[in-house]
Design a protein around this ligand. Structure first.
Ligand code: ADP
Ligand code: MG
Length: 409
């Protein structure tokens, strides 16, 4: 199908064309006609495959004319993601008179109140701040026709569920509800039955699997050598920009300090930093000023940054689904990307959890020329024989270091 055949309004098609989209992605191909038909949707598709446009294009198309009270609500788990989705709505609605607005925490209320007062058709929000506005009477939900839970499995987990329920209780029952994520759990239907009516299920690609454009491997290493291996990787691998994931805010700060001491331009993003600092880190990284963005899982989901050539898991994620999201920050929109996970002996149980989650073994590799100390990890049966490992390492090494050129922006 082409975009023209999907049934979108001309003003929306014009924006799609202006953005240079030629063909709909599989999730767009499937979801757009169903949203236009009025169906509720549970949609899963791999990271970086255009889920945002899959819901925003048909919604904008259906909203058609401005009314200046929120008729579409999109909930996002982080402020940065809310901003990104809002930016997408702006681009897609460029040739319409529809207006989008955004509210999230960590910044003042003034500008957001003004936006809401002037009136918006589409509201993108993080749950906590939206509830504040609802409580203060600065926004009403009684005209809502569309609710999108982006990163739906996250929005329905224990952390967000109470807020999300409170918000949806304020929305009219007669509405369309759309759930999207790269990691939709099998139990999603029962988890979300209170919010959806006869949802159409769309599943693109193998369930809960990383995008095919990402080459992801494990680097087993002794704990004492982890930092050395990180530096060696950054030294030997050809990369353009890297997101380095840590488990805690503290270890993110420490890793960033370590990288800076070794003359890498690094910025940090985690939830203890002010919104200004977070934005400054992200902007500086996008512009290329920082070469490494050190992050906690606050940046694991959704962020769409071009030219992230490598994701490095400095620490293995605690929740298996975060692995899929973290490594999904590279290899977006058909570009290829590499993801490395540094694995010490203590990480073994978590790695097994991830492998179960994605129903696949992750390849173990060694960095050529790195002076490895012995680690019990190297004795594991599943690493194969030493000889086997060596040949694989060499072959992979070549693929990596002098691998195919990446698509440039
Ligand atoms: P997801 O939410 O599935 O992770 P996004 O919606 O963030 O993915 O989209 C990833 C990237 O793909 C964005 O940069 C977006 O502009 C681009 N994109 C989306 N749809 C298309 C398309 N049909 N053709 C080309 N690029 C697209
Ligand atoms: Mg997304």
């Amino acid at each position: 199908m082409t975009f023209q055949e999907l049934g979108l309004r001309p003003s929306i098609l014009e924006a799609v064309e202006a953005l240079g989209y030629v063909e709909p992605t599989p999730i767009q191909d499937k979801a757009i006609p169903l949203v236009l038909e009025g169906r509720d949707i549970i949609g899963s598709a791999q990271t970086g495959t255009g889920k945002t446009a899959a819901f925003s294009l048909p919604i904008l198309s259906k909203l058609a004319t401005p009314e200046r009270s929120p008729r579409c609500l999109v909930l996002e788990p982080t402020r940065e993601l809310a901003q990104q989705t809002y930016d997408n709505f702006l681009k897609f609605s460029r040739f319409t008179k529809l207006r989008a607005g955004i509210v999230y925490g960590g910044v003042g209320y003034g500008a957001q109140r003004e936006t809401l007062q002037r009136g918006v058709d589409v509201l993108v929000a993080t749950p906590g701040r939206l509830l504040d506005h609802i409580g203060q009477g600065t926004v009403r939900m009684d005209r809502i026709q569309f609710v999108v839970l982006d990163e739906a499995d996250r929005m329905l987990d224990m952390g967000f569920l109470p807020d999300v329920k409170r918000i949806l209780m304020r929305c009219p029952k007669k509405r369309q509800t759309l759930l999207f994520s790269a990691t939709i759990p099998p139990a999603i239907e029962s988890l979300s039955s209170w919010a959806l009516v006869n949802p159409a299920k769309i599943e693109i690609g193998a369930r809960r699997s990383p995008a095919d454009t990402i080459r992801h491997v494990l680097y087993p290493v002794a704990l004492a050598q982890k930092n050395d291996l990180l530096l060696a990787l950054l030294d030997k691998v050809q990369w353009e920009s890297v997101i380095l994931f840590c488990r805690t805010r503290r270890s993110a700060d420490q890793a960033a300090a370590f990288l800076k001491r070794h003359r890498h331009k690094a910025a940090v993003i985690h939830s203890d930093r002010t919104q200004r600092e977070r934005q400054q880190a992200l902007d500086g990284f996008k512009s290329g000023y920082y070469e490494v963005l050190v992050a906690t899982d606050v940046a694991a989901r959704g962020l769409d940054i071009a030219d992230v050539s490598h994701v490095i898991n400095y620490e293995v994620p605690e929740h298996p689904e975060d692995y899929v999201h973290r490594i999904g920050r590279t290899g977006r929109a058909q570009a290829t990307g590499d993801a490395f996970t540094l694995m010490t002996a203590g990480d073994a149980p978590h790695v097994q959890g991830i492998e179960r989650f994605i129903s696949r073994k992750i390849e173990r590799v060694r960095l050529e020329g790195f002076n490895y100390q012995y680690s019990a990890l190297f004795d594991e049966d599943r690493l194969g024989s030493l000889a086997d490992r060596k040949t694989r390492g060499v072959r992979l090494g070549k693929g990596y270091f002098f691998g195919p050129a990446r698509r440039r922006r």
